[in-house]
Ligand binder design. Structure first.
Ligand SMILES: [Zn+2]
Length: 250
């Protein structure tokens, strides 16, 4: 795409946002790449060096100590220190200005919360809390807890990160929040999602099927591009969001 075409897409996106009465955002791993969160799949994905089975619920229940070693390496070494980037911050500002009704994220890194987003559906749960498998008590993922071998509740139960493991269903609350909102939305802003992981990936299509519009921000074309995206901005998340935010204020 030529630079002038990208500029045109940014203007089109801004026009759709201005017209929208109920905008939602749908974010995936691509929004957190610029914060330094590694991607799990694809080229350079971290799965290559770990055993995926350690994130199966059955394995975790049988071998929590082994599973926790992998979990700590994969999720808690980096998420404790990463910071939201401009894309997360602009979404949080749009919510404060009343422009954005809900952020639905596939990410478990907690960066939308850290950026200040309050209306949030964490579709796959979050690293930020741990839940006791015996008494269901919930804990913040503090370093002292995460460093224990394995982390335990005061009742003696093992603590599990409150994100979705392989073999687990989508938690009911974010699921219903997401699909309720996508059944009301007239605009879905997709940022950094390749559209491969279902049922999350059905959300933009739900908006589209009801006559809503879809804006897509992804550095490379995805499953959404050309199929359901009305506007495609082929840039990284921060760069694209800064450009659209600027266009909205012109
Ligand atoms: Zn407990």
């Amino acid at each position: 795409m030529k630079k002038t075409d990208i500029q045109g897409s940014i203007q089109e996106a801004a026009a759709l946002i201005r017209k929208s009465k109920y905008m939602i955002a749908f974010t995936g791993a691509g929004i957190s790449v610029e914060s330094g969160v590694p991607s799990f799949r694809g080229e350079g994905g971290v799965w290559g060096s770990y055993d995926e089975r350690h994130l199966e619920l059955g394995f975790f229940l049988r071998e929590p100590e082994i599973a926790w070693k992998t979990i700590r390496e994969l999720f808690y070494k980096f998420t404790m220190d990463v910071k939201p980037n401009r894309a997360h911050e602009i979404l949080a500002n749009w919510e404060k200005q009343g422009m954005l009704k809900l952020v639905i994220t596939q990410n478990i890194d907690g960066l939308h919360t850290r950026a200040g987003t309050e209306k949030l559906a964490e579709f796959h749960g979050s690293c930020d809390s741990l839940v006791c498998l015996r008494c269901s008590r919930s804990f913040g993922a503090k370093k002292e807890l995460v460093d224990a071998m394995p982390p335990r509740c005061s009742c003696g139960g093992i603590l599990k990160p409150d994100f979705v493991f392989f073999g687990e269903g989508i938690p009911e609350k974010p699921y219903s929040l997401s699909f309720d909102a996508s059944n009301k939305a007239d605009l879905c802003l997709v940022i950094g999602s390749t559209g491969l992981v279902y049922p999350a990936a059905a959300i933009p299509g739900t908006v589209k099927a009801r006559g809503g519009k879809v804006i897509e921000i992804n550095p490379e074309p995805s499953e959404f591009s050309g199929r359901i995206s009305d506007v495609f901005i082929p840039l990284g998340a921060s760069k694209a969001m800064e450009a659209v935010d600027k266009a909205l204020r012109e």
